[in-house]
Design a binder for this molecule. Structure first.
Ligand SMILES: C[S@@+](CC[C@H](N)C(=O)[O-])C[C@H]1O[C@@H](n2cnc3c(N)ncnc32)[C@H](O)[C@@H]1O
Length: 381
């Protein structure tokens, strides 16, 4: 498939999956809170770029559908556990290893890369009163415990920027994990990364903690980003070729909008406007409000707004298609999250499962760029 008549394959429109598992000298990976596998895909893409394969030793995800999608895309993964991570790893950082942890360590074996995107609802800015005590912050700390158990060479922990305000046992959760990893011998660095600068067609910012050892330099890797730009990554680049895509099942169909929302979208198209005027908003938004992007229409020549699980409803954010009276389809949202067409979401058969999984996913480009830095520095050693 080509875009704009170009002869090069558009990276998101590639339908043939690279054979990530067949190359020699595979990078071994464990993915915790794996979701559908955005972080694993990024590691696999980076490994492929330097001529190496990927060997998933363990993925853990307690949502059955997300785990099914993960396994469909990484069928050679040795172990995909559909379990609560707290049954596998303790969140206490210093206690002796449990029997389960010792067994996991043995089963996983020598590990190159540990990735994890602990759930971030606990860090939401909308949740100011409770976030300091939210038990989800203990899940962040589990990444340090997992590092102690599995002893990987490289650790990538992804989260929302607001994780920097979170507390674990009266201390800042990120600082606790940083200190713990440093005590285990890692060089640790963390920063808020703009995913658009890494080639993701979206205004998404993420907090990333990178820990390395064996002469790879976390700080230098951050400083060298982006290692490769895809160029011109606006919305048109990401989904412009999907305008005519037939609606074959939930993946390529936007939810049917309410009569009220259809009226709003027709107004924006007829007037060539991008923000809905107050008089067409629900009554509670008609005064002074800070919801400008809600009910908004996306622009072709800009990156999309952050994709959340609400991408199928214009009342949840700026999710209206630039030229059609509908919200985004899961296929379009997956593209905006950086998933190429070869990534199979068919195991998610309902709109809500697709919305949750795609909204939760980490754009593969993030792990791809970080790991390119790591693997290049290994190759150059
Ligand atoms: C931010 S998403 C991770 C996205 C994933 N890293 C990706 O790249 O697509 C967090 C995931 O953690 C899972 N999760 C949350 N709490 C969990 C727990 N206690 N045990 C296992 N999985 C959990 C959620 O179901 C969700 O899929």
């Amino acid at each position: 498939m080509t875009i704009d008549g170009a002869t090069d394959l558009h990276p998101l429109a590639v339908v043939e999956r690279p054979s990530f598992e067949s190359a020699a000298d595979p990078v071994t990976v464990v993915d915790l809170f794996a979701g559908c596998g955005g972080l694993t895909l990024g590691v696999a893409q980076a490994a492929d770029h330097v001529g190496r394969g990927v060997d998933v030793r363990l993925a853990v995800e307690f949502d059955q559908v997300a785990a099914d999608v993960y396994l469909a895309n990484f069928p050679d993964a040795r172990d995909v556990k559909v379990e609560d991570i707290t049954t596998l790893f303790s969140s206490e950082l210093d206690e002796p290893l449990t029997k389960t942890e010792k067994l996991l360590r043995e089963k996983v074996g020598g590990l190159d890369v540990l990735v994890g995107g602990p759930p971030c609802q606990g860090h939401s800015n909308l949740n100011n009163h409770t976030r300091r005590d939210d038990p989800k912050n203990a899940l962040y700390a589990i990444m340090a415990r997992a590092a102690r158990v599995l002893s990987p060479d490289v650790i990538v922990i992804e989260n929302v920027p607001a994780v920097l305000n979170d507390k674990y046992k009266a201390m800042n959760a990120v600082s606790v994990v940083r200190e713990r990893l440093a005590a285990l011998g890692y060089e640790v660095s963390d920063r808020v990364v703009s995913l658009h600068e890494l080639g993701v067609p979206q205004k998404r910012k993420r907090h990333v903690l990178l820990a390395t050892r064996n002469d790879k330099k976390a700080l230098e890797i951050f400083d060298s980003l982006p290692l490769e730009t895809t160029g011109g990554v606006d919305l048109e680049w990401a989904i412009g070729d999907l305008v005519e895509q037939a609606s074959n099942g939930p993946f390529d169909r936007a939810p049917t909008p309410s009569a009220e929302n259809t009226k709003r979208m027709r107004y924006l198209l007829a007037e060539d406007e991008y923000d809905l005027p107050n008089h067409l908003r629900p009554k509670c938004h008609q005064g002074k409000h800070s919801y400008k992007s809600m009910y908004g229409r996306l622009r072709w020549k800009e990156p999309a707004q952050t994709i959340t699980s609400g991408f199928g409803s214009i009342g949840q954010g700026r999710y209206m298609h630039p030229e059609l009276p509908r919200a985004l389809t899961p296929h379009e949202a997956a593209r905006i999250q950086g998933f190429p067409d070869y990534f199979a979401f068919d195991k998610a058969t309902t709109r809500s499962a697709l919305a949750t999984m795609i909204g939760n996913a980490v754009p593969p480009q993030l792990a791809r760029q970080l790991l390119l830095g790591v693997l290049t520095s290994i190759t150059n050693d």
